[in-house]
Every structure is written in C-alpha cells, then in structure tokens.
Write a protein that binds this ligand. Structure first.
Ligand code: GDP
Ligand code: IMO
Ligand code: MG
Length: 438
C-alpha cells in the first residue's frame, strides 16, 4: 500500500529576536493554506500586515484571518488575555473583518489576569538595571502559573461556578504573596464579573483546536503555523534569562497545538537583512549609537505594540545557523532588504571569538554571549532602490551577492525576499521549496 501524500503543514518561525516580519510573510503565504494557527506566546507579539493601503497589527489572532475565506486557530500553548482578545476582535470588526465561524480558540489555553500584569511590572521594577524589558503584558507570570499547575484555562472560564471557585483560590494565594512582598493586597474587586462578561464574548470561539487541526489535516486541508517572538527569545534555547516564557522555535508547534512533529512538512525561517532586538540582553552585532539610529529611522524600527525603539545591528549568521539547527529551517525568508538600499557597505557576522578563540557553538549563558567578538565579512552595498522589483534576477548584483553569501554560509535556500512592508513588495524565486508550497 502506498502512503498517502501528507498535506501541507508549514511552520513560519522567527530566526532572530522577533519582529522579523513574520506577519507580512504569514499574510503572503496564507492565501495558499486553509488554516493559520498560533502555537505560542500571547499579545506580547505584534505582527504587522499592510495591503491596499491598510495597516493591521495582529497580536493574538493569526495573521491569516485577514483573508476572508481562511480559518484561524489560537492554540493551547498560547496565553490569552480575554480583554486584549475582545479588543482585537472589535478592531477587526471595525475594519470590516468578520471572524465568527472561522476563528477558533483552544479550550486548553491559559488565561491572563490583571494580577499577572501587575506581577510582570513589579518583577521588572524589582530587577532595576537587570530588568528583561518585557512587554508588561503579564506573559511571564501567566506561564509561571501554568507550569506551577495553578493556572486557569479557557475551559474553566466557561463554567461560572467552577471558575468562581478557582479564581477565589488563586486570588487568596496571590494576595498572600502580594501582602508579604509589597505590603498590600491585589486589586481584585469586580474581577469575577469582568471575566464572566468577557467569557460571554469569546464563548462562541472556543473549541478543541488540537482535534480540529488534526481532523483538518486528515481531510487534506493545509495548515500554516505562525510563530511568535523568535529563536533567541525561546525559553529553552534563547539568551536566557532575556527571553520570553514560551517555545518560539518550531518544536512549539507540536506541544502548543497538539499537532505531532511527524505531520509537519516544511519549516520557513524569517530573518531581516540585519538584526534588531527589543528589551535587554546580549546582542553581539549591535551597532554603535549613530549607525543604529540611522538604520532605525530607515527601517522604522519601533515596536509594533509598545512603540519602543528597537536596538539595531548587523546580520548575525551565528544566530541564523543556530536558528536553522533548532527549528530545522528548510527555506529562509529575508525581509527588509530595501532598508539597505542606501547603504555603502554592509557588514555580516560570520562567527564569534571569545578570549581570542573561535567559538564553535552558541554560548548558553548571557554573560559569555555579551563578551563575544563578532568576526565580520564586508560586502559592497547596491545603492539602488529595490522596492517594485518582482524578479530576483532584476535585483542589483550586489544585493544578489549579499543574499547568495547568506545562502552559501548557511547552506539553505532563500525562498522569499521582501523589499517593502506591503503584501506585493515580495519576490519568490522560482524553483525553491517555498515556491512549491504556494
Ligand atoms: P513580526 O513581529 O515578525 O510580524 O514583525 P513586526 O510587524 O513586529 O515588525 C516588522 C516591521 O517591518 C513592520 O513594521 C512591517 O510592516 C515592516 N516590514 C516587513 N517587511 C518589510 C520589508 O521588506 N521592508 C520594509 N521596509 N518594512 C518591512
Ligand atoms: P513578535 O511576535 C520582539 C521580548 C520583549 C522582552 C522579552 C520578554 O512581534 O516578534 P515578554 O513580554 O514576552 O515576557 O518579554 O521578549 N519580546 C519580543 N520582542 N518581538 C516579539 O514578538 C516579542 N515578544 C516578546 O521585548 O525582551
Ligand atoms: Mg512584532
């Protein structure tokens, strides 16, 4: 008996520290898939999609929702702030995007409460200079409760009596901690009523999304998995403790959605033509202030959600090699190539030295990574505009050489090149794996 061809199940992961342009890439690819599904993180993410002169910033809802005939899933591995979700739903509605019947929220996802946000902020201010620079959305504390097995899940929210009991228990515990640590109880008046009202708004979306996606794949429907954050922010493999609290790498799909690794058919990694990072932590290829400022302006490198200026640096192939290994990247997307259009010379980090020796692996600790010296290769810039180009052969020679250098060093194809934030500022070279997934 011949095995039936597996249906398309493609993952899009951030290969750096987040904000690589995953939203734009997912929006582009989503037209070729039945479902888009988020597997990790929460509304710490900000995924920008621009088309027909309209701009959307999606936080929790998968970017594929913007295509009217597509279905979208928020999986069990995410943490969901119902107030943020309802606000996002309302924003979409105002823009004429109707989600009922095609957006599904996992009954197993964990719920974020205002006390998670308070604790996020309190933990950050207690750290002072050593703070992580979180998005203050309560993401870390919500995942802490999940791992400590005292979290409240979407399925609990739908059962008022059970929910009231669980919430009372959690509040008593949190109050004891808050009283002992900060000398005052938490602000919890009206919380139960507020959440019951929010529950009424989202009840219609709730489903067993693991079952839903597995059945969809059984029936030959295709799924695009939308990563949030990026490889170096992964809780297990990133620059700990300057990371987020979930698995951003492709493994997060299996645990976060209940879709087995054997069902995945391809992994797309997304990188900018350079590197950015928001928040604290080591960043080996970070540029000196003046250069970073110029790049930040040209690339509009300010947080999609928090508005915070992003730290900027050169492309780091050591980070991308690590990302390729951890997520099993088959095809690399390079975004924001146009931001280098005016650049005279481009530096690219090919590896690290530490105490004079070439490192052969990514240091596990932030302290060592903060001290590595990047080795750079310098390539000429192209100093010609690239937006509007649709064929890779029409890119300036120096731009093609830059892309070829990345591809050769990493031994991975470049499956897509983005030369502007809009949907159509996209080049998909022919004959690539990525082109075969469209
Ligand atoms: P995500 O979190 O990975 O989805 O990325 P963000 O949306 O947070 O940040 C990427 C930013 O770059 C957004 O403002 C996008 O509109 C923008 N962007 C994406 N691709 C390109 C590109 O090729 N060129 C330019 N100039 N901007 C881009
Ligand atoms: P997208 O999906 C960039 C960063 C924060 C902080 C660290 C921990 O848009 O790429 P958290 O609030 O998660 O506890 O913060 O992780 N961070 C992101 N940086 N893009 C993101 O998402 C991020 N989500 C979290 O800045 O350094
Ligand atoms: Mg973002």
């Amino acid at each position: 008996m011949t095995e039936r061809a597996r249906t398309k199940a493609i993952v899009v992961v951030g290969a750096q520290w987040g904000d690589e342009g995953k939203g734009k890439v997912v929006d582009y690819l989503a037209s070729s898939f039945d479902y888009t599904a988020r597997y990790a993180g929460g509304h710490n993410a900000g995924h920008t999609v621009i088309f027909d002169g309209r701009k959307f910033v999606l936080q929790l809802i998968p970017s594929g929702i913007l295509r009217a005939d597509k279905k979208a899933v928020i999986g069990a591995g995410t943490v969901v702030d119902p107030a943020a979700l309802v606000a996002e739903l309302e924003n979409l509605k105002k823009s004429g995007i109707e989600v009922r019947g095609r957006l599904f929220l996992s009954n197993r996802a964990h719920v974020i409460f205002p006390y998670h946000r308070e604790m996020d902020k309190a933990a950050e201010s207690a750290l002072g200079e050593a703070k992580i620079g979180t998005t203050s959305r309560g993401i870390g504390p919500a995942y802490e409760d999940k791992m400590a097995r005292r979290g409240i899940r979407v399925c609990d929210l739908l059962e008022p009596e059970r929910f009231a009991e669980k919430l009372a228990r959690v509040i008593a515990e949190k109050n004891a901690i808050s009283q002992a640590t900060y000398g005052h109880p938490l602000e919890t008046a009206g919380l139960l009523e507020q959440y019951l009202e929010l529950a009424a708004h989202i009840r219609g979306l709730v489903a067993d999304t693991g079952m839903l996606l597995n059945r969809a794949l059984d029936n030959g429907e295709s799924v695009l998995f939308e990563g949030a954050q990026g490889t170096m922010l992964d809780i297990d493999h990133g620059t700990y403790p300057f990371v987020t609290s979930s698995n951003a790498t492709s493994g997060g799909v299996a645990t976060g959605l209940g879709v087995a690794p054997t069902r995945l058919t391809g992994i797309v990694g997304v990188t900018k033509a350079y590197t950015t990072r928001v928040g604290s932590g080591p960043f080996p290829t970070e540029m000196p202030d003046l250069d970073a400022q110029a790049l930040r302006e040209r690339g509009n490198e300010f947080g999609a959600v928090t508005g915070r200026p992003r730290r900027c640096g050169w492309l780091d192939l050591e980070v991308l090699r690590f990302a390729k290994m951890l997520s099993g990247i088959d095809s690399l997307v390079v975004t924001k190539l146009d931001v280098f259009d005016a650049q005279k010379e481009i530096k690219i980090c090919t590896g690290y030295r530490y105490k004079g020796k070439r490192l052969t692996e990514m240091p596990p600790d932030a302290e060592t990574l903060a001290e590595v010296e990047p080795e750079y290769h310098t390539l000429p810039g192209w100093q010609t505009p690239t937006p509007g180009i649709r064929d890779v052969k029409e890119l300036p020679l120096a731009a093609r050489e830059y892309l070829n250098f990345i591809s050769d060093q990493l031994q991975v194809e470049i499956g897509m090149i983005s030369t502007g934030p809009e949907r159509d500022a996209t080049i998909v070279p022919r004959g690539t794996k990525l082109a075969s997934w469209l």
